[in-house]
Design a protein around this ligand. Structure first.
Ligand code: ADP
Ligand code: MG
Length: 553
């Protein structure tokens, strides 16, 4: 394997630019792909994770072969999101720093199509595009792909996940048959295989690193909490890590926005990144995050895909992703460029199996961590604060004000002063953590029905979901009754209840007896899931009826 850029067969201008970017040695994907692209002409399917250096792997050979005397579009790069398009374009421009006549244009949705068309008209030897926008432009007859010699599909799996199947098919049909195709994907689902089969000629498959293996320098941890403590746990993690610089992954846009809003309200430098935001909003969020004026970016998988931020302290899975492969992408956002990284998952008791399945796929073990309590967090924060004060530079400017300061603080002892300054900064933590309960679930969780601890004055928001006196008999051992305000009069039947449970991810075997009365009913649920079920159902609506769920104590 070639371990020196000089031996790859690239021109000096490109090598100089790459050296200036601080690339010392080619990454494995670059060592494998670049010589193949330069020496042969067959199609290539390359399976490689995020962060492995794919952009230079396809970008340098593409630039090497570009005919700078022609303005025709010779290279087409398709990529799933506008952020990725912009990033690829910027990278290509950096590599071609010493070939300033190179013409690279990117086109993507969410930006003015007219100015993109204008840019294309000035000549685009390389087009970097999202499939949707490119197809719009092609339909207007404003791009000419008849001279494309090289097609690059970047993050092909993600393009298909995002529903670009039809656009891709339409674009690929239009390309000249005499071309070389290169497809990158982190995973190889059926749809990606179909694209490779239909539009590529006998591709050589190059797998870099073990498929689906987690990055080696990423450590995986999980915190186990009751479902309703998920957000509180996130705050503890953030508070325990005063220097946090993290992406928090959520499953949906709504959840992403909700968590970002809550964090902001609670005083964190956090914001949301998801597809419902305008391009301008996304740009602003990303630039604040890159500048580190935002410390926590709450994002959906799609929005965060390909974002190039190298020095994250943590990746946090607020929820585990629906598909295990997404976990690999998420954790691949940390531990990049040979730094060590930390990937954290917040899980409820029912999700332990999922951790096991992820471990099998990434071939690495998770370590369960206890959720830090008030004392640990306050110690960490205080130490951090004192270190920051310690590190502050004392400038001469302060001298002019010392007489005033001495006067204002006349008679104050050092001891008093220290207490005051630290309290000034720190009271918010003391206030919050004075009331903080232990979020950890005991190794052997007592059945929910016996959890009396939460019932007193300090009981959390869930106390209203507890039934105090009961009319119904015992349910099966290991199960807990949940009372719902639905009954015969709402035409409820057991199968409706089973459907609700199914929608919550509760297996049939975790649902026990169901007793339906005139205006309410009882359903027995596996005790370990009872809190979760009650909290999910409570406040939700069913046939436009607002549901109330209570746990039988
Ligand atoms: P991918 O497309 O595989 O996710 P990128 O091409 O975005 O990865 O590269 C990830 C990061 O690694 C970028 O910040 C890039 O600048 C950096 N990088 C790429 N190749 C090298 C190299 N040979 N040496 C050092 N850093 C590199
Ligand atoms: Mg990439």
């Amino acid at each position: 394997m070639i371990t020196d850029f000089l031996d790859l067969g690239l021109s000096t201008e490109l090598l100089n630019a790459v050296a200036e970017m601080g690339f010392e040695k080619p990454t494995p994907v670059q060592s494998r792909i670049i010589p193949l692209l330069l020496a042969e002409d067959n199609d290539i399917v390359c399976l490689a994770q995020t962060g492995t250096g794919k952009t230079a792997a396809f970008g340098l050979p593409a630039l090497e072969y570009l005919d700078l005397k022609s303005d025709a579009t010779q290279v087409l790069v398709l990529s799933p999101t506008r952020e990725l398009c912009r990033q690829i374009t910027q990278d290509l421009m950096s590599y071609s720093k010493y070939r300033p006549e190179t013409k690279i244009v990117s086109v993507y949705g969410g930006a003015n199509i007219v100015s993109q068309i204008r840019a294309l008209k000035k000549g685009a030897q390389i087009i970097v595009a999202t499939p949707g926008r490119l197809l719009d432009i092609l339909k207007r007859g404003e791009a000419d792909l008849s001279h494309v010699r090289s097609l690059i599909l970047d993050e092909a799996d993600e393009m298909l996940n995002m529903g670009f199947k039809e656009e891709l098919d339409a674009i690929l049909e239009l390309l000249p048959a005499e071309r070389r195709s290169l497809l990158f994907s982190a995973t190889l689902p059926k749809e990606v295989e179909r694209i490779a089969r239909s539009y590529m000629k006998n591709p050589t498959v190059v797998t870099v690193g073990e498929r689906n293996a987690g990055a080696d320098n990423v450590e995986h941890f999980y915190y186990m909490v009751r479902e309703e403590d998920r957000y509180a746990a996130l705050k503890r993690i953030a508070d325990y890590n005063p220097d946090i610089y993290a992406i928090v992954f959520c499953r949906t846009r709504e959840e992403t926005q909700k968590i970002a809003d809550s964090l902001q309200k609670d005083g964190y430098d956090a914001d949301a990144l998801h597809g419902d935001l305008s391009q301008a909003q996304r740009d602003s969020v990303m630039s604040r995050f890159k500048r580190r004026s935002l410390h926590i970016l709450v994002a959906t998988d799609v929005a965060a895909r390909g974002i190039d931020v190298n020095d994250l302290s943590h990746v946090i899975n607020y929820n585990l992703p629906q598909e295990i492969e997404l976990y690999t992408h998420r954790s691949g956002r940390t531990g990049r460029a040979s730094r060590s990284g930390v990937s954290i998952a917040i899980v409820n008791q029912r999700e332990k199996g999922k951790i096991k399945r992820i471990e099998e796929v990434i071939k690495k073990k998770f370590t369960r961590l206890p959720i830090p309590g008030a004392k640990e967090i306050c110690e960490r924060q205080l130490t951090h604060l004192i270190n920051e004060i310690d590190a502050a530079e004392v400038r001469n400017d302060i001298e002019a004000f010392m007489p005033l300061i001495n006067e204002l603080w006349d008679g104050m002892t050092k001891d008093e002063l220290v207490r005051k300054i630290l309290s000034y900064e720190f009271n918010r933590f003391f206030d919050y953590y004075r009331k903080a309960k232990d979020l950890n679930i005991p190794e052997k969780e007592k059945p929910v029905s016996k959890r009396k601890g939460d019932n007193g004055k300090t009981a959390g928001p869930d106390s209203s979901r507890k039934i105090r006196k009961e009319e119904i008999g015992e349910c099966e051992a290991g199960f807990t009754w949940i009372r719902l305000n639905l009954g015969y009069k709402n035409r409820i039947e057991p199968r409706n209840i089973l459907n609700i449970m199914k929608a919550l991810g509760i297996a049939k075997k975790a649902v026990g007896k169901i007793e339906i009365f005139h205006d309410h009913l009882y359903v027995a649920v596996d005790s370990s899931a009872a809190e979760y079920v009650a909290s999910e159902i409570d406040g939700a609506s069913y046939n436009s009826r607002r549901l109330k769920a209570e746990i039988n104590l």
